[in-house]
Design a protein around this ligand. Structure first.
Ligand code: SAM
Length: 264
């Protein structure tokens, strides 16, 4: 179960504190031919796709959060990005869709899912999604996955968290989170309250709730193989850091169709 039903501008502020968008953009764009087309699975507020669109790539982002998709569309329109809906092969577009049920006749040079989005899928749906990612690739295309692995969850476990995020114009977001683990399902539950104070003193509260599957590297690699994908490279981050052998850290996997020649 996943909500992410709060204004996209607050998500962008918190994302900025956790992520290195420059490194992500460099990494992803290096895998796409000039003018190529990309698919962002669980695109959130469209952050990655917006940056790729600014570099001349076209693409489609899908997300289950209607509010985030609205933010992504409004922001793209406000910045003058070409936005034909993203389904006619040009520009950048966003669709309110769940990854499990999304279908398209299009094919892409790059299909990616970053910032732990895969972990939000019901475990049973992951196998099917990876197969779909494989089918959506153009010849020579790449899949990039960045997911939270077992140690991220274990080392990051705190029953209660309070964190502050400061945005532009004096916005202050206080995030209160409660985490609980269901060991039988390897499910990680987060219940958050976001307390937002705008510059004029107005205060708003948003509840956010999500379940995440605690994945392991071997499990994801096995699912990739089953899906007809071959791992070409693995990194511990978008700056191509080596994979962490101990402890937590991001796990980034680059894969291509199994029958492709080795060129990653
Ligand atoms: C941590 S955010 C990451 C968003 C984006 N990839 C980024 O890097 O900012 C996780 C996103 O996954 C989306 N999500 C969760 N489950 C999903 C599903 N089944 N289908 C599509 N989107 C999903 C949420 O709505 C949320 O926007």
């Amino acid at each position: 179960m996943t909500s992410f039903d709060f204004p996209g501008k607050y998500y962008e502020i918190m994302r900025g504190d956790f992520r290195d968008i420059h490194a992500e953009t460099e990494f992803l764009s290096a895998l796409v031919p000039a003018g190529g087309r990309v698919l962002d699975i669980g695109c959130g507020t469209g952050t990655n796709l917006r940056e790729l669109g600014a570099r001349g790539f076209s693409g489609l982002g899908i997300d289950q959060s209607e509010r985030f998709i609205r933010y992504a569309r409004d922001t793209a329109a406000a910045t003058g990005a070409r936005m034909p809906g993203g389904t006619d092969g040009t520009g950048v577009g966003y669709a309110h869709e769940r990854a499990e049920t999304f279908t398209t006749d299009e094919r892409f040079d790059l299909v990616y899912s970053v910032f732990m989005t895969l972990n939000y899928l019901p475990r049973a749906d992951l196998r099917q999604l990876l197969r779909k990612m494989r089918e959506l690739l153009l010849p020579g295309g790449h899949v990039v996955l960045e997911f939270g692995h077992l140690l991220n969850f274990v080392e990051g476990f705190q029953p209660h968290t309070v964190a502050h995020h400061r945005g532009p114009d004096g916005i202050l977001i206080t995030r209160l989170a409660r985490q609980s683990v269901n060991p039988h399902a390897a499910n990680w539950r987060s219940e958050e309250t976001l307390l937002v104070r705008e510059r004029d003193g107005r205060v708003a509260l948003y509840d956010n709730f999500y379940d995440q599957a605690v994945l392991t590297g071997p499990e994801v690699r096995e699912l990739l193989t089953e899906a007809g994908l071959r791992v070409r490279a693995e990194y511990g981050g978008f700056r191509k850091e080596p994979v962490p052998f101990h402890g937590r850290g991001p796990l980034v996997i680059v894969a291509t169709a199994a029958e492709e020649a080795d060129h990653a």
